[in-house]
Design a protein around this ligand. Structure first.
Ligand SMILES: [Zn+2]
Ligand SMILES: [Zn+2]
Length: 247
C-alpha cells in the first residue's frame, strides 16, 4: 500500500469516527426503541448512517429510509460494522461512477429486532451478520448451487451502491448505519459465543481468505505463506494457524 493510500485510508477512518477494527455505533438506536414499542415494520424503516456524498469520500451523518420488512426479510440493529478497503474504493469512485449519498459497509454484525412472517432461520434477539451481498436472482444454476456471488442473471446485489428497486434511496445502503433490512437468505447467523465485534470483520475479510484456503484443502503441518499482513492477510495467518498449518 502506498503512503498516499495509507494517508487516504487513515483520513477516511478518522472521518468516520472509528476506533480500532470496527465501528461501534454509539448513536441512540431509535429503531430499536421503536421495535420495543411494537414498531411498524410494514412501512419504510427509518435509518441513520454515515454516507459519502461525492468522490471526495468524506463521510457525514445521513438520515434515510430502508424498505419495509418483507415476509422473507429480517431487520438487524447494527452493533458493529467493519471497514473494508473496498468501502473506500467504492465511495471514491475508483471502481466506477457511484450514486450518492451512499452508505458503505459490508462487514455487518448486529441483533435481529424484527422478522418477516416467512422467516425460519432467525428469531428476534438472535445475532446476525451481513457480508458483501444482499440479494441475487435465486433461480439460475449458480444461485441454486450456493454460488450466489456468481449469479448469472445480472449478478449479485451488493450490500451497498447497487441499484435496487425496493430500496427507497434507489440503491442498496450498507452497514455504517444503525440498522439494515435484508432477506434472511443473505444474513448469517452468528453464534452466541462469538462477540459481535469479533464477528464483523469475518463477513468480508474472513470469508475472502477462508474460502480459498479451504478449497486448497491443506493439512495439519502443511506450510503456508501469506503475502501481506493486512486486513485479509492477518485473517489468513489466524485461519491457517487454527487449522494446524505452519505459517
Ligand atoms: Zn470487503
Ligand atoms: Zn442467480
Amino acid at each position: 500500500m502506498s503512503n498516499d493510500n495509507n494517508r487516504s485510508r487513515r483520513k477516511f477512518i478518522q472521518q468516520t469516527a472509528i476506533a480500532g477494527a470496527g465501528l461501534a455505533l454509539a448513536e441512540p438506536l431509535q429503531v430499536f426503541a421503536q421495535a420495543n414499542n411494537k414498531m411498524a415494520i410494514n412501512q419504510n424503516i427509518k435509518s441513520r448512517g454515515y454516507a459519502g456524498k461525492d468522490v471526495a469520500g468524506k463521510m457525514a451523518p445521513w438520515n434515510f429510509e430502508r424498505r419495509a420488512v418483507g415476509d422473507n426479510d429480517i431487520l438487524i440493529e447494527i452493533k458493529y460494522s467493519g471497514i473494508c478497503h473496498s468501502d473506500i474504493h467504492t465511495i471514491k469512485g475508483h471502481w466506477g461512477p457511484q450514486k450518492y449519498p451512499q452508505v458503505p459497509g459490508h462487514e455487518i454484525a448486529g441483533i435481529v429486532t424484527a422478522v418477516g412472517k416467512n422467516v425460519t432461520k432467525f428469531k428476534v434477539g438472535d445475532q446476525a451478520g451481513v457480508g458483501c451481498m444482499v440479494n441475487s436472482c435465486m433461480q439460475c444454476d449458480s444461485c441454486k448451487s450456493g454460488e450466489e456471488h456468481h449469479c448469472e442473471a445480472g449478478g449479485m446485489v451488493g450490500t451497498y451502491g447497487t441499484p435496487e428497486v425496493s430500496s427507497p434511496t434507489g440503491i442498496t445502503q450498507g452497514g455504517y448505519a444503525n440498522n439494515v433490512v435484508v432477506t434472511e437468505h443473505f444474513a448469517i447467523k452468528i453464534p452466541k459465543n462469538i462477540e459481535l465485534k469479533y464477528a464483523a470483520p469475518l463477513l468480508c475479510a474472513g470469508i475472502t481468505t477462508y474460502s480459498p484456503m479451504m478449497k486448497v484443502k491443506f493439512k495439519k503441518g502443511d506450510k503456508i505463506g501469506v503475502i501481506g499482513i493486512g486486513g485479509l492477510g492477518h485473517m489468513a495467518v489466524k485461519l491457517a494457524v487454527s487449522k494446524g498449518a505452519e505459517v
